[in-house]
Design a protein around this ligand. Structure first.
Ligand code: UDP
Ligand code: MG
Length: 310
């Protein structure tokens, strides 16, 4: 039985070797291949990892031509993994590697997906905790897929699940939603998320928002329906306003004075329309992305750097 472990790495020179050693130590009794996906690092991550992997080892470094993002890194790993089971783990040791053994035990019991569910998060600020908690809960609210809360990408999947994931045609890959979507026998293991021991987070607010947007938009069309409802309510309010204006003119004999009410109505409606167009735009943009059919990532091919070429 072969276990593949996918480890995305973006500028993790401070910790990548420690991650490598820890994984090797934890997995010494399991036949395994470590797939480090260098997501366009601009530091020495790639060189350090390549240097650490001995000749003839099954471990590999997959390098991207630029930063394609965490989710693309998983796709590359899944594409190249040969294992009967495939685990995904962050490269910063925030997810305890020992848990992979517990996941394997569950896998041997017959579970096809074992995901790590965070019980506590050490050393993360209040802001990160609150936004993360809000994200996982609003995702559940919006989508019909049963996405477990507080579950990151740390998980172990059976070959069957991996093959289904690889066969999905879509380009917007939100793994945390896709894995529950495919079904099969899934279970979770609770764990405490450790603090980042070195380096800093590669997930600034901008990337977190993009992930949240991707998650909601790829798994729900509720925002579109929501704008329909807002539109209906606004139109209803407008209708009532019109009735009121007519009644007050003819029955109560008092024209509605001033332009305040007019302006409120115009601005309100304008806002509603723009929001609706914006929401539609989000989805149209995603359709556009899908239609273009660009690959999810580009692998780095080593050719001499320009100055060496001559
Ligand atoms: N990562 C990546 N590409 C990115 C962002 C992050 O490969 O564009 C990797 C990063 O090197 C780390 C893992 O994904 O191994 C999780 O990222 P990070 O620890 O920064 O996220 P956080 O734990 O703060 O949510
Ligand atoms: Mg981290």
């Amino acid at each position: 039985m072969l276990l593949s472990v996918i480890i995305p790495m973006l500028n993790e020179e401070e910790i990548c070797l420690r991650t490598y050693e820890t994984l090797e130590k934890v997995l010494k009794d399991v036949e395994h291949e470590l797939l480090f996906v260098d997501d366009g690092s601009t530091d020495r991550t790639r060189e350090l990892l390549l240097g650490a992997i001995p000749e003839g080892s099954a471990n590999r470094v997959i390098s991207f031509s630029r930063n394609f993002g965490h989710q693309a890194a998983f796709s590359a790993g899944l594409d190249q993994a040969k294992g009967d089971a495939v685990a995904i783990i962050d490269g910063d040791l925030q997810d305890p590697p020992e848990l992979i053994l517990d996941m394997l035990a569950k896998w041997r019991e017959g579970w096809q997906v074992v995901y790590g569910q965070r019980r506590a998060r050490a050393g993360e600020g209040l802001f990160k905790k609150l936004t993360a908690a809000g994200f996982y809960r609003s995702l559940r609210l919006f989508t019909s897929v049963d996405i477990p809360v507080d579950t990151g990408d740390f998980r172990l999947m059976d070959r069957v699940v991996v093959d289904v994931l690889k066969s999905l045609p879509e380009r917007s890959r939100f793994l945390r939603g896709l894995v529950p979507w495919v079904g099969f026998r899934q279970t979770g293991i609770l764990y405490d998320r450790a603090e980042r021991t070195a380096g800093e987070t590669k997930y600034p607010l901008k990337k977190m928002l993009k992930l949240a947007g991707d998650g909601i938009a790829s798994f729900s069309s509720l925002p579109l329906r929501l704008s329909l409802w807002i539109g209906l309510v606004a139109a209803g309010l407008g209708g009532l306003l019109a009735v009121w204006a007519v009644v007050s003119k003819f029955a109560l004999d008092g024209t509605v004075p001033g332009w305040t009410s007019l302006l409120i109505a115009v601005v309100f409606l304008g806002g509603v329309q723009l929001i609706t167009i914006g929401v539609m735009g989000e989805y149209v943009g995603r359709i556009y992305d899908e239609v273009k059919q660009r690959p999810l990532y580009v692998l780095r091919k080593d050719s001499p750097a320009p100055e060496e070429k001559r």
